[in-house]
Design a protein around this ligand. Structure first.
Ligand code: ATP
Ligand code: MG
Length: 140
């Protein structure tokens, strides 16, 4: 397996509860390295563009409202097969269905306020990383 990159977002439910460090520790303990990080407040336009694939889903408006409700921390993670590794550490979308020890099982509040985002393919990771970071902001 190659060393690859993925985009992680620590969502507003987690920043609000002061869990930025705890989430980051769980990512690092799983073997992922934070090679870029910034705390930002998403605009409505950014949240809508980022979640454009979900535009027709019934939860889209609530999701955009949630993602703009407080600060997020966007991070580029690097590691062995980073997309899959990160998604294993995150756990299932619904925290009630996530494996014990995963970020969502241990920390998430609900299927919407589920503490973290992670890219779902190498192709989407590249697109999502470019959405938030210029190449010179990523230091591996
Ligand atoms: P993410 O893309 O945030 O890493 P995911 O890939 O596990 O999560 P997606 O299906 O891409 O899940 O959904 C994106 C986000 O939309 C979820 O993380 C969650 O915050 C929200 N979401 C998904 N399904 C629902 C639902 N049924 N009700 C409310 N919110 C939902
Ligand atoms: Mg997704």
């Amino acid at each position: 397996m190659a060393i690859t990159r993925t985009l992680s977002i620590i969502k507003p439910d987690a920043t609000r509860r002061n869990l930025t460090g705890r989430v980051t520790s769980m990512l690092e303990e799983a073997g992922l390295r934070v090679v870029a990080s910034k705390r930002i407040r998403l605009t409505q336009e950014q949240a809508e563009a980022f979640y454009d694939v979900h535009r027709e889903r019934p939860f889209f408006r609530d999701l955009v409202a949630f993602m703009t409700s407080g600060p997020v921390v966007v991070q580029v993670l690097e590691g062995e097969d980073a997309v899959a590794l990160n998604r294993r550490v995150m756990g299932a979308t619904d925290p009630a269905k996530a494996e014990p020890g995963t970020i969502r099982r241990e920390l998430a509040e609900s299927i919407e306020a589920n503490s973290v985002h992670g890219s779902d393919s190498d192709e989407n990771a590249a697109r999502e990383i470019a959405f938030f970071f210029r190449p010179e902001e990523i230091v591996g």
